[in-house]
Design a protein around this ligand. Structure first.
Ligand SMILES: NC(=O)c1ccc[n+]([C@@H]2O[C@H](COP(=O)([O-])OP(=O)(O)OC[C@H]3O[C@@H](n4cnc5c(N)ncnc54)[C@H](O)[C@@H]3O)[C@@H](O)[C@H]2O)c1
Length: 433
C-alpha cells in the first residue's frame, strides 16, 4: 500500500519504518528539516532499540522515503497517518495546534479520496474535528479513522511489530478492511484487530493509559504504607502479581510515572471529564498520588541529610523517564534534581543515552559525567532514578570506594538491600524496610 506518515517522532518513525518493512511504500514527513536530512542519511534522531536496522533497510530497498513536503507524501498515498505531537496545555487539554496545522496541510494537498488515520493520541471526538479541518481545504472525500497507538518507548519496534491488539475506530466496513489488511502481517499469531466506533477507540487509548497509571500509583501508595508499617512492597508485589486476575505488569513501586504519555493522557482525560461533568475520581487520585511520589525520593534524602543540603553532593544514575529511551519528557529525575538543587545540593549525573536531551533541560545546573562511577565520585550519596540494565550488577566494592560515604537511595528497588547492607551501605529503597 502507499502510505504517508505525518510527524516523524517516536510514533511516526517507528510506524513508518515498520510499515515499510512489510513491503509498503511509505513517505514520512516532518517539519524539522534537520531531522529529515539526518534520516535520509540513515541517522536516527532518537534512541529506540532496533529502529536503525529497519530504517536502513527501508532506505536501501527504497520503500521508505523522508521529506519535509506534506503534498509530496499525501499525493502519493492512499492512507495518511497523523502522528504529530499533542503536548499538554496548562489546563490539561492536549494542544492540538500541530494536529490542526498538519490536517490543514493534508487538506490543501489532497488529490483524491483518502483515508486519514489519527495515530496521535487525541481528544474524544477528534475524528470529526480532523475531518472538518481537512474538508475546509479540500473538495475530496476523506474518511478519518481512529487508530490509537499503544507502543512503549524502549520496546517500540517490537511492540509495533507484535501488538497485543490493534484498535480500528471507523463506521465504514471498507475502511476497517483496508486497515486490517495493512496490519495483518503484525497479527499473524492471532492477536485481535478490534473494529469499533471512533469514539470508543479514542476513549480506549486514554482508558488504557489512565488504568496503567493508576496501577503504578496504587503500588506507590502501598509502598508508602510499607515504609510506615515495616513491610516490603516487593514482597507485596510478588503476592499480588501471582493472582491471574491482577497480573504482573505495571505493579512496580518507584519514583512515579513520567514520559510523554501517562502524565499528559491522564490530564487530558481529567479535562474531558470536567468538561462533560463526569467526575473521574480514580483517575484524579492516580495523578495526585503520582505528583506526591515524584517528590518522595528527594524527601527521603532530606529526611536523612536535613533540610539544608549546601556543601553536599549527590550522584544521580539515570535521567530518562525509563530505561532504553532518551526521552526526558516529564522524567521524575527532573523533579528529584530540582528539589535537591533547591535545598542547596550539587548534582553529578549520568545516563547512558539521555544526556544530550537532559542537557537541553537542565543546562548547567548539574554536572554531567562521562560514566556512572565518575558521577558517584566523592558524593555524599548515590541516587538511582532510572533502572538501566547496566546499573543492575554494580561492583559494590568499587562503588563504596568511589562515594564519599556508602549511602544509596534506590528509587527503583533495583538492588538487594541485604547485599548492600552486608557491604556496609546505608540503603533506602521505595517501600522497603
Ligand atoms: N511516544 C510514545 O510513546 C507514544 C505512544 C503512543 C502514542 N503516542 C502519541 O503519538 C503522538 C506523537 O508522539 P511522539 O512521541 O511520536 O511525538 P514527537 O514529539 O516525538 O514527534 C512529533 C513529530 O511531529 C512533527 N511535526 C509537528 N508538526 C508537524 C507537521 N505539521 N507536519 C509534519 N510533522 C510535524 C514534529 O517535528 C515531531 O518530529 C502523540 O499524540 C502521543 O501522545 C506517543
Amino acid at each position: 500500500m502507499k502510505i504517508a506518515v505525518i510527524g516523524t517522532g517516536y510514533v511516526g518513525l517507528v510506524a513508518g519504518a515498520c510499515f515499510a518493512d512489510t513491503g509498503n511504500d511509505v513517505y514520512c514527513v516532518d517539519i524539522d528539516p534537520q531531522k529529515i536530512d539526518a534520516l535520509k542519511r540513515g541517522e536516527i534522531p532518537i534512541y529506540e532499540p532496533g529502529l536503525d536496522t529497519l530504517v536502513k533497510r527501508g532506505l536501501a530497498e527504497k520503500r521508505l522515503h523522508f521529506t519535509t513536503s506534506t503534498p509530496e507524501a499525501v499525493q502519493h498515498s492512499e492512507i495518511i497517518f497523523m502522528a504529530v505531537g499533542t503536548p499538554p496545555l496548562p489546563n490539561g487539554d492536549p494542544d492540538l495546534r500541530y494536529l490542526q496545522t498538519a490536517a490543514e496541510e493534508v487538506g490543501r494537498a489532497m488529490n483524491g479520496s483518502k483515508v486519514v488515520v489519527n495515530k496521535s493520541t487525541v481528544p474524544i471526538g477528534s475524528h470529526e474535528t480532523v475531518a472538518s479541518w481537512i474538508q475546509a481545504h479540500s473538495q475530496y472525500p476523506v474518511d478519518v479513522v481512529s487508530n490509537p497507538e499503544f507502543l512503549k518507548e524502549g520496546t517500540a519496534v517490537d511492540d509495533f511489530l507484535n501488538p497485543d491488539r490493534v484498535v480500528i475506530g471507523t463506521f465504514r466496513q471498507e475502511t476497517y478492511e483496508k486497515m486490517a489488511e495493512l496490519y495483518a502481517p503484525f497479527v499473524r499469531q492471532g492477536n485481535p484487530v478490534l473494529w469499533m466506533d471512533p469514539v470508543s477507540a479514542e476513549i480506549t487509548k486514554y482508558a488504557c493509559n489512565a488504568f496503567l497509571a493508576t496501577r503504578i500509583s496504587f503500588m506507590n501508595e502501598m509502598a508508602r504504607l510499607c515504609e510506615k508499617v515495616g513491610g516490603d512492597v516487593e514482597e507485596v508485589r510478588r503476592g499480588m502479581s501471582s493472582d491471574v486476575r491482577i497480573g504482573k505488569h505495571f505493579l512496580y513501586a518507584g519514583v512515579g510515572y513520567g514520559g510523554s504519555c501517562f502524565p499528559k493522557d491522564v490530564q487530558a482525560l481529567l479535562a474531558t471529564g470536567r468538561r462533560q461533568g463526569v467526575e473521574l475520581g480514580v483517575v484524579a487520585a492516580a495523578e495526585e498520588a503520582n505528583a506526591f511520589q515524584k517528590k518522595h525520593l528527594a524527601t527521603r534524602v532530606l529526611e536523612q541529610f536535613g533540610p539544608n543540603l549546601s556543601g553536599r553532593t549527590f550522584g544521580v544514575w539515570g535521567l530518562a523517564f525509563k530505561p532504553d529511551t532518551d526521552d526526558m519528557r516529564e522524567a521524575p529525575s527532573l523533579t528529584i534534581i530540582s528539589d535537591l538543587l533547591a535545598a542547596g545540593a550539587r548534582i553529578r549525573a549520568f545516563d547512558p543515552v539521555a544526556m544530550p536531551n537532559a542537557r537541553r533541560v537542565l543546562e548547567n545546573r548539574v554536572e554531567f559525567c562521562q560514566g556512572a562511577f565518575q558521577a558517584a565520585e566523592g558524593c555524599d550519596a548515590l541516587i538511582l532514578v532510572t533502572e538501566w540494565n547496566e546499573f543492575r550488577h554494580v561492583d559494590l566494592d568499587r562503588l563504596k570506594a568511589t562515594l564519599k560515604a556508602p549511602v544509596v537511595f534506590d528509587g527503583r528497588n533495583l538492588w538487594n538491600p541485604d547485599s548492600l547492607r552486608a557491604k556496609g551501605f546505608t540503603y533506602t529503597g521505595i517501600g522497603r524496610i
